[in-house]
Design a binder for this molecule. Structure first.
Ligand SMILES: [Fe+2]
Length: 275
């Protein structure tokens, strides 16, 4: 049997009963089996937080994680699990991250996975991102390619990247499972050096499965080479867990617009008043 290259999944809804991902431990175990078959060595468990439906406070996530770890160990499935959350970008986000009720990557207080709605960028998004950055929390933007506003106006995302935000694409956007438009957009952003992570965002053992990460890795390796694919699917996810800065790919095309280092402080209310 072909051994898939090792990958590490930085966004996955495997914890059972917490959100619209796995509903039962049996489903979670199936997802873990699919992950291992696809070469996944570890998963950051990222249940939805504050998205209007699911709250999932940190302690609940920590307990669910400990439970699933035990079950995986009993089932002899070699998969490491780490705590995290997919936190909706709302005005409460910075305070929830800072008081620990919304989990950062591996509970380190360094980087947080933040989610936008599909059809809009919330009012005040720049203020919220600026507040996180000011407190030393790196926002990792979950699947911006699936946000209609950012897909149409990528210069807004480029600005966020210039401030220090990081970008996570969905594996199925890269592999083509979500259609040619999203695949083309993903490739352009990858070639522009905008992307720091690719993750499964898996919710099920099949279809939106953890196994999709290996197909995306293969596609990205064909576009950008093995080293880039390894950076996005293994090295950078591990850096997140260790609380280290993520590395950026060198752009290999001229981007439509280029992230430039600029000052997010101007989006803070008192700065705007002063300016
Ligand atoms: Fe997600």
């Amino acid at each position: 049997m072909r051994q898939e290259p090792a990958v590490f999944d930085a966004h996955c809804h495997i914890l059972p009963g917490l959100d619209d991902g796995a509903h039962t431990f049996e489903t979670a175990i199936e997802m873990a089996g699919a992950a291992v078959a696809g070469g996944t060595r570890g998963i950051v468990c990222t249940p939805h937080h504050l998205n209007g439906v699911y709250k999932n406070p940190g302690d609940l996530v920590r307990h669910a994680l400990a439970d699933l770890r035990r079950r995986l160990s009993d089932a002899e499935i070699p998969l490491d699990l780490f705590p995290g959350a997919e936190i909706h970008l709302v005005p409460e986000t910075p305070s929830r991250v800072l008081d620990g009720s919304a989990l950062t990557y591996n509970d380190r207080g360094k980087a947080a996975l933040v989610e936008l709605p599909k059809n809009a960028v919330p009012r005040g998004a720049e203020v919220i991102l600026g507040q996180l950055l000011r407190h030393g929390i790196t926002p990792v933007i979950a699947h911006p390619e699936r946000n209609l506003v950012l897909a149409r106006r990528p210069q807004r995302l480029a600005e966020w990247i210039g401030w220090g935000c990081k970008v996570q694409l969905t594996a199925q956007s890269c592999s083509g499972d979500f259609g040619e438009r999203l695949q083309g957009l993903s490739r352009r952003w990858l070639e522009s050096g905008w992307v720091h992570l690719i993750a499964s965002d898996a919710h099920r053992p099949t279809g939106r499965s953890p196994e999709t990460l290996s197909a995306a890795r293969t596609r990205v390796a064909a576009w950008l080479g093995e080293d880039a694919a390894t950076l996005l699917t293994l090295d950078n996810p591990r850096r997140l867990l260790d609380g280290e800065d993520l590395l950026a790919l060198a752009p290999c095309v001229t981007a439509e617009t280029t992230p430039t280092r600029n000052d997010w402080l101007r989006f803070l209310p008192w700065q705007r008043r002063a300016g």
